[in-house]
Design a protein around this ligand. Sequence first.
Ligand code: ZN
Length: 291
Amino acid sequence: MRDFSKDHEWMSINTATVRKAHGKEVPLLDILDACARHGVRAISPWRDQVAAVGLKEVSRAVRSHDLALSGYCRGGMFTASDDAGLARARDDNRRAVDEACELNAACLVLVVGGLPGALQGQAEYRDIGRARAQVTDGIAQLLEYGRERKMPIAIEPLHPMYAADRACINTLEQALDVCDLLDPAGSGDLGVAVDLYHVWWDPKLQTQIERAGKRRLLAFHVCDWLTPTTDLLNDRGMMGDGVMEISKVRGWVEAQGFAGYSEVEIFSYRWWERSTDEILRTCIERHRAVV
Ligand code: ZN
């Protein structure tokens, strides 16, 4: 297992972690400048942050700072109640692949979608089995396009509390079942993003990480689970402030040969009240101490 205690060479910053400072949105280019200032080598930006600046300009900034992308957030949201909605999702996911290619991302991360409309407050149907079938079909189509463009696709299982509105793939086992169905050869074109926030509690976590193996382990996301958690989306903890055994799980992932970045992804209304520099400084300290 790699020693992370001496530097932050293998830490990536998911740009949602520093999306805000002092409660206000921070433009992505300022975030990239701050990351470069703190010696961060890799990031994982969100599509809306990229769109707000413009893809070309972000691409130039990424290159000029010599930043790697540990992933691109995000594709997915495949479910819909009619064919037009499914087609819109397909087209949007292809654009996400194109953007990921332009930014030279390691993979496109998928939040696959739950019951259509639920995120907006009104589910258009309640059959989660139908949603899961639409997700599998959507990933199958996107995988073909990802292969054409040579962009690996990473399914991120989300904690079951998001099953209705964000993702009906909720365990690593479920995600790997989809991978095995669509890519039985284990080509490396389709795999999983292991985000500890979503999967740390899973009694099958270690065995499913072993099942995934190096070719399916495309991304590793860290933060911490606070007790109590006061907001289902935006109260993730800084590493070391919660109950996760982060380095133990990193050991399992690395035992499979994973040698990529550990990506710090913290949506936190608490941390977003601090300055960008303080957030990044703390991420670096905790990454060295507890990741
Ligand atoms: Zn994640």
